[in-house]
Design a protein around this ligand. Structure first.
Ligand code: ZN
Length: 297
């Protein structure tokens, strides 16, 4: 099971979040049948979104949305404070040859565009609040750098963001996936910041140590080096969608009586695919008939 931790260091002036997301990203790839480069992009976004959503009080849902002018067109990830994440891409089949260094050309398929962060709170207690929306232009397209730019620019939190997905040719296609975010909060001292920057610049790539069995805690150590840290929370994370057959029924009934009657007459049923997880819900004649008889529509 994938795990995420969040904690603090240097008397609370440094916040750390780290996660292993190997199974989470494998499930996303299985559901969306993404090309290798899109898989890397989606995996990084899912991981970054989970990390950003962790440790936030009263958060119901955090959505990170990339509107891209490159071939992938768009990527969306949505995470809750409960460690569940779901996401999708507009063009799962976009692909480009690898870069000269052999890495996936994620910035190539993303191109330019906008990076949005939407925070929603209050639903759980029946309170509606205007969602908080922050946005920055895409500066890199490699995604980790875009998270860092967003945090620095829009939330004024200087951050180091490491996200990585290591793929393999056979199913489940993901060998290792994970990420770390280190945030310098107000009051963080220069010496600590320099130490962290130095540690990160000399650290091995995170996917290579995840592949060797590293835990989320090991990822924090990799980024903080000798600096002690305290873990505030540890939780399981997974790709999980809140769609259901009941929800599909209520969506179809919302199309109206005429539309449902037409589906029954012409198609003898209805099919609905969840955009977030690609689950297909099939309503047969009896389901539609029941909908019309019970005057649910
Ligand atoms: Zn779904």
């Amino acid at each position: 099971m994938d795990k995420l931790i969040h904690g603090t260091a240097a008397d609370g002036t440094v916040r750390v979040m780290a996660a292993i997301t190997t199974e989470t990203v494998a499930e996303a790839i299985r559901r969306h049948q993404t090309s290798p480069t899109v898989s890397a992009a989606l995996g990084r976004l899912l991981t970054g979104t989970l990390l950003l959503a962790s440790g936030q009080k009263e958060l119901d849902r955090l959505t990170v949305k990339i509107e891209a002018d490159g071939a992938v067109e768009g990527i969306t990830a949505e995470a809750g404070a409960d460690g569940k994440v779901r996401g999708y891409v507009k063009n799962p089949y976009a692909e480009l040859p690898p870069k000269e260094n052999g890495k996936f050309d994620v910035s190539g398929i993303v191109g330019g565009g906008m990076f949005y962060v939407i925070r929603e709170t209050g639903y759980d207690i029946g309170l509606y609040r205007e969602p908080y929306v922050g946005s920055v232009p895409i500066v890199s397209g490699e995604i980790a750098e875009d998270f860092a730019y967003y945090l620095a620019k829009s939330e004024q939190i200087p951050s180091a963001v490491l996200l990585g997905v290591l793929l393999e040719k056979q199913a489940p296609f993901v060998k290792a996936s994970g990420g770390v975010i280190i945030q310098m909060m107000p009051g963080a001292n220069e010496h600590i910041i320099t130490m962290i920057e130095d540690t990160i610049s000399h650290a091995p790539h995170i996917t290579s140590i995840i592949n060797e069995g590293a835990s989320a805690r090991n990822l924090v150590k990799l980024a903080l080096g000798e600096i002690d840290f305290e873990i505030l929370e540890e939780k399981e994370v997974a790709f999980d969608c809140n769609c259901s057959f009941e929800r599909a029924v209520s969506l179809i009934s919302s199309l109206g009586r005429e539309e449902v009657a037409a589906m029954l007459a012409e198609d003898k049923g209805a099919k609905m695919t969840c955009g977030f997880c690609n689950e297909i819900y099939t309503l047969d004649e009896a389901d539609l008939q029941k909908m019309l008889e019970t005057e649910k529509v």
